[in-house]
Design a protein around this ligand. Structure first.
Ligand SMILES: [Fe+2]
Length: 288
């Protein structure tokens, strides 16, 4: 028999794979074991620390459910979600950015020019742009799933005061690839701190703030799906997003306009009485 030591266990692990193991699974598992084992050796991880880690994962599992995804949040604050985005990004398309833990499926269809702000207080934001290819060709029939928090910084799934799909909608582009809707200007918010992820942030002296943003998932036949966000260029947390989601091409100027310049053909046309904001954010898709 052979003796397993702390120096040989990784090689032994590598030898345990069956001959029919999927090659990509083998590559991922071997790399994971290589780095995990090295982490344990380098830190000299104690039994107490290992147990704490297991308890942490169990807590994250217990607190997770259909409307709370603590493991997604953990991946986000560790920078893993953003790293996966960056490793898979295509330079000719709009950068992708974190999905976040609050996306819910089943959002209602909203027509061009629809309003998501409704009775909520805050500045009107008109978000618009073109879904297009990098050469400018508009993409018709693209679906744009948008969501954001209410002015209290909470998503509908976190807030019993909101309707199920408040600040959620799905718009489909016409022949010109254009999309447009109004909403309330998003606010900076904190990720949830009442679970295991919050405990890690607290223990490591990190704040839980994200710069304000609108979330988008854009899909069109023949193109790679795009999960992204748009940020205003004046947000104080742009350079310290706790989930590392900000990219240069996702930072836009939200320009202010007098109320009497609000365009026709929108749900809010004729009803805007205060200066409103506009952000023009094209969504550039890349072929599949
Ligand atoms: Fe978000």
């Amino acid at each position: 028999m052979r003796t397993i030591t702390k120096d040989t266990i990784t090689d032994v692990f590598m030898g345990y794979f069956g001959p029919d193991t999927d090659p990509r699974l083998r590559e991922i598992m071997q790399s994971l074991a290589h780095h995990l084992h090295a982490f344990v050796r380098e830190t000299g991880l104690t039994h107490a620390e290992w147990e704490k880690g297991i308890e942490f994962l169990e807590w994250a599992g217990r607190i997770s459910g259909p409307e709370r995804h603590e493991f997604v949040l953990l991946s986000d604050v560790l920078g893993v979600s953003s790293l996966v985005d960056m490793v898979n990004s295509r330079p000719e398309g709009t950068s992708s950015s974190v999905l976040g833990p609050f996306h819910i499926s089943g959002a209602p269809a909203i027509a061009y020019g629809s309003d998501l702000k409704r009775h909520y207080d805050g500045p009107v934001l008109l978000a618009e742009g073109t879904v297009r290819r990098s050469d400018g060709t508009p993409i018709a029939g693209a679906t744009i799933n948008v969501w954001q928090t209410a002015p209290n910084g909470l998503y509908a799934s976190q807030d019993p005061e909101q309707d199920t799909y408040s600040f959620h909608g799905i718009q489909t582009t016409g022949a010109d690839g254009r999309y447009a809707f109004t909403t309330v200007k998003p606010v900076s918010y904190t990720v949830p701190t009442d679970g295991p992820v919050g405990e890690i942030l607290n223990a490591t002296g990190r704040h839980p703030w994200r710069p304000s943003h609108l979330h988008y998932i854009v899909k069109a036949d023949g193109y790679r799906s795009l999960v992204t966000e748009v940020f205003p260029d004046d947000d104080p947390y742009l350079d310290e997003d706790t989930v590392f989601g900000v990219r240069d091409d996702l930072v836009m100027t939200y320009t202010e306009h007098p109320a009497d310049t609000f365009p026709d053909g929108f749900e809010l046309s004729g009803k805007v009485t205060e200066p409103y904001l506009r952000v023009d954010f094209d969504l550039v898709l890349t072929p599949e």
